[in-house]
Design a binder for this molecule. Structure first.
Ligand code: NCD
Length: 334
């Protein structure tokens, strides 16, 4: 794909070469995320970071990523604070905001809303999550992390066995992950979810048509045997008609130390897009796994910064320039 000036809306835009290009640029961003070096390549540029749903990682890491490239960030965290609340539509909003900013990131509760917004934007729009539909930057950071974790174990993403667990129906992180997994080779994918929350057929078919093996389970344990990776997700309570309905599924598929030790390989990597639901009724990923060195969840969040810096650098066409005037940082960093 041509990154320069493009909207990033869906993982369907990426082929294997595009994914490798994002990884290559993200690896070069690591000295910057680790505060070993500093760049001002986006000095003067403005990011409009527009989030209409709760977000800790995605909003703040997109903002920090832009700051680390030297740009300025303008955050909007509610629909009510914009003239959308006065009846303005997404198209007019996009026409206006794209005059104020050089790039926009948007999270919206409705599937397709970010694409609709982007159709009237004069600057690149990155999808920070649209309803239950897609979350492309999450899938890229998940695969970037997986690539590193597998290399650390002298393995490869191609050919890996991965269990994907939880709310596979409404989870946009899982949907984008499954879409992006398709570009890799010969995967053994085990999908574990309550029977009512299975992955949409189109995504299963896409994986199968690309030559991957797909098996479905309605419990956790049988999906775990000899897995390289287990990717847990939370029940997406906000996508159900009532919280009571979501309660039927919360806490049904849980990974904890006891289950890990009984069913997983000692090397199995544990991932989760976060937030994990740590309330007693849910606990899909128990905190008793925190000391496990294979728990990659905070390496995922750290990598989110590098991957999002890479996306900005690519769409704003500075991916081959940002190292030129980079400097060592003078401040203390633990
Ligand atoms: C995910 C999301 O918002 O879709 N969170 C995130 O961005 N890391 C996953 C979730 O909320 O369950």
């Amino acid at each position: 794909m041509e990154f320069r000036g493009s909207h990033i809306l869906s993982v369907d835009q990426f082929d294997r070469g595009d994914v490798e290009r994002v990884f290559e640029v993200a690896r070069k961003m690591l000295p910057f995320t680790q505060r070993k070096r500093v760049t001002r390549i986006l000095e003067g540029a403005v990011l409009g970071n527009i989030f209409f749903e709760p977000s800790t990682r995605t909003r703040i890491s997109f903002g920090s990523a832009f700051n680390l490239l030297g740009g300025n960030v303008r955050d909007t965290t509610s629909e009510e604070s914009l003239s959308l609340a006065k009846g303005e539509n997404l198209h007019d909003t996009a026409s206006v905001l794209s005059g104020y900013c050089d790039v926009l990131v948007m999270r919206h509760s409705e599937a397709g809303a970010v694409a609709e917004f982007s159709s009237q934007s004069r600057v690149p729009v990155i999808n920070g999550g649209d309803g239950a539909n897609e979350h492309p930057s999450q899938a890229l950071l998940d695969l970037f992390t997986l690539d590193q974790e597998m290399r650390d174990k002298s393995k490869r993403v191609d050919g890996m066995r991965i269990a994907i667990v939880g709310d596979l129906r409404f989870g946009r992180a899982v949907r984008s992950l499954c879409g992006l997994l398709s570009v890799f080779d010969s995967l053994d994918v085990r999908l574990a979810s309550p029977a009512q929350l299975t992955l949409p057929e189109t995504l299963k078919e896409k994986l199968i048509s690309q030559g991957h093996t797909v098996h479905e389970f309605d419990s956790l344990e049988p999906a775990l045997a000899s897995c390289d990776v287990v990717y847990m997700t939370r029940i997406q309570t906000e996508r159900f008609a009532t919280a009571k309905e979501a309660d039927l599924y919360r806490g049904r598929l849980r990974l904890n130390r006891k289950i890990y030790e009984a069913w997983c390989d000692p090397e199995t990597i544990i991932m989760h897009p976060l937030p994990r639901d740590s309330r007693r009724k849910a606990r899909e990923l128990d905190e008793d796994l925190n000391p496990n060195p294979n728990l990659a969840i905070f390496r995922q969040t750290d990598n989110g910064l590098a991957v999002r810096m890479a996306l900005f650098a690519l769409v704003l066409d500075v991916a081959d320039k940002f190292e030129e005037n980079a400097k060592a940082v003078p401040w203390y960093r633990a």
